[in-house]
Design a protein around this ligand. Sequence first.
Ligand code: NCD
Ligand code: ZN
Length: 350
Amino acid sequence: MTAPQRLTLRTPDDWHLHLRDGAMLEAVARATSAQFRRAIVMPNLVPPVRRSEDAARYRDAILAAVPPGQAFEPLMTLYLTETTEAEDLRKGWAAGLVTAVKLYPAGATTNSDAGVRDLKVLDAVFETMAELGMPLLIHGEVVDPEIDIFDREAVFIERELKPLRQRHPGLKVVFEHITTAEAVAYVESEGPNLAATLTAHHLRLNRNDLLVGGMRPHHFCLPVAKREAHRLALRRAATSGNPKFFLGTDSAPHLVSDKESACGCAGIFSAPVAMESYATTFEEDGALDKLEAFASEFGPRFYGLPLNEGTITLERTEDPVPVNWATPLGDVRIYHGGEVLPWRLVGDAR
Ligand code: NCD
Ligand code: ZN
């Protein structure tokens, strides 16, 4: 069979995205709106997006940053704290303003200091979410300093996620940006109200890509990439056609100067090449026929939202990906920058 030269897909959505605010938001919004119709927008700003009224302001800022004529719908999330009120969630949900709530264990990642230390204090909030059908999005890593960073996701499943889901079996949960075979197995073994997102970069990078031959700060993100066996388990899940696994880039822009530093920030900026990267991975695994469902169907089905109507087209290219994305604050390294990927989005924003 000859390889296709063009690929037309139902317009996809990104179910996990960092857009930042201010000048960075202005600079990066078009990278996502060129590729995706909707995105679940992470609330880890400084200060975090904690209440419905914060989400309303942030949504307006995002819409103002999207280039005119590009239909893009930000799906807003609230940052769960130990003082989150069920009543505010109800209000945000009823107004169509809040799509989901994000749980960061305190200190787990960039701007997560306000996160949750004890999940049990939020049982009333989780009951309300279960009743509404509002998903809880989880950054699943323990923060216990005794636990090795490469084990933090697997330990989270046992210590936090299983007990939480036992206490709230009706709660819809997205286990975000999973990086381990343990997470794949757990999601596969559970019922339909547990799903997981997979990033483009965790399907391609293992921990050698981070550390062998020199430290590669642009491959550093959280959760950190694991051993090769885990990467292969993620690829099998992504290309399996199982609707419990869908696309979420976790695209997270940081300035080059903040990444190439003595204490480099975690996060990979993949938005400008997201669909190109996923298409490359699926093609390598002989699974291009599974890409559309992963990118454009399983996510909306889990969230109970309609599928998008339009399409996007990818075409063959031999041009390298640009190295950096310019912003008024400085350059941001683009994931795959300088590499040749075989696909390019028609009408891309790079
Ligand atoms: C994210 C960021 O920079 O906001 N970083 C990352 O490595 N993924 C935070 C997160 O999602 O953990
Ligand atoms: Zn993230």
